[in-house]
Design a binder for this molecule. Structure first.
Ligand code: 4AZ
Length: 279
């Protein structure tokens, strides 16, 4: 049976995850073998496989070296320019050298021949990551060694209340780490409701929350971190957030928390400028 190792779980993420999730990360073994030991309630959780081309900007962040893309992928990311990927700070905080990282683009199927592996040549972690609370400003940028041939996603510039949100990635479905990315619609959760769910742990200035507070069942989960939460805008999608943290996954009362892109879009633009990349 295939084994998928969680190569990296950010220390910040570990600090805010429940005991079951920590046990999960510690054993880092096959999802199916551990399914009885976790508290990921239902079965991205409650979603369905993404179609080829549904999210061209969705990439997997992986470790350089041996193994298949599926075996090496540990986080998600979004292409925001042909040479730049936006991901979560907690996905790369332990990285000493950009050469440790690669990006998988070109397909929702990590076992597809269409997957392109691209080296990372530089990365930038938000200067105010974990400030003023753990996991605040959970964003990082990766500079790719060569352009990827995928459609980038535009960043949201206005924090607002969203009618429709969807998230996607190769994270835990509750039963497995899927080979084909999954996506799910998640209800918007207001700052006030999110602060009530996680007293003292929400920095509303840099976080946005989503999930079915009353019923649970739909959420991002381990392995989806760094990937997108999006809202439709006509035929397009806009990137409103970055998968960041939560207590467990898809539990009623414990929404998923996301880095809120509109709160740091100017800081992102400044890094692109520094790198000489056109947004
Ligand atoms: C994680 O550690 C993670 N339920 C991602 C999303 C959520 C929780 C944990 C949200 O990658």
């Amino acid at each position: 049976m295939k084994r998928k190792h969680l190569i990296r779980l950010g220390a910040g993420a570990g600090a805010v995850l429940g005991a079951a999730a920590l046990a999960w990360a510690g054993t880092a073994a096959n999802a199916q073998d551990n399914s009885a030991d976790n508290d990921f309630g239902a079965q991205v959780i409650g979603g369905q496989p993404a179609e080829e081309g549904q999210y061209p900007w969705l990439v997997g962040l992986g470790s350089a070296g041996e193994g298949t893309p599926w075996e090496r992928q540990f986080c998600g990311g979004s292409v925001i320019s042909e040479t730049v990927v936006l991901t979560a700070a907690h996905c790369v905080e332990g990285t000493e050298d950009a050469a440790e990282l690669v990006v998988f683009s070109g397909s929702v199927d990590l076992e597809s021949d269409a997957i392109v592996e691209t080296a990372v040549s530089d990365f930038h972690i938000a200067a105010d990551y974990n400030d003023p609370v753990a996991m605040a400003n959970d964003w990082a940028l990766l500079l790719l060694s060569e352009p990827v041939d995928v459609e980038p996603i535009a960043l949201s510039a206005e924090p607002e209340e969203f009618d429709a949100l969807e998230t996607a990635g190769w994270g835990n479905t509750g039963e497995e780490y899927p080979v084909v990315a999954e996506w799910v619609e998640v209800p918007f959760v207001s700052d006030a409701d999110c602060e009530a769910a996680y007293p003292g742990e929400v920095d509303a200035a840099s976080m946005l929350c989503a999930g079915d507070l009353a019923n649970g069942g739909v959420d991002s989960c381990q392995g989806d971190s760094g990937g997108p939460i999006m809202t439709p805008a006509g035929d397009e999608q806009i990137l409103v957030g970055i998968v960041s943290w939560g207590y467990g996954c898809a539990e009623a009362g414990n929404p998923g928390v996301y880095g809120e892109v509109a709160d740091f879009d100017e800081d992102i633009a400044a890094v692109l400028d520094e790198w000489g990349v056109l947004a």
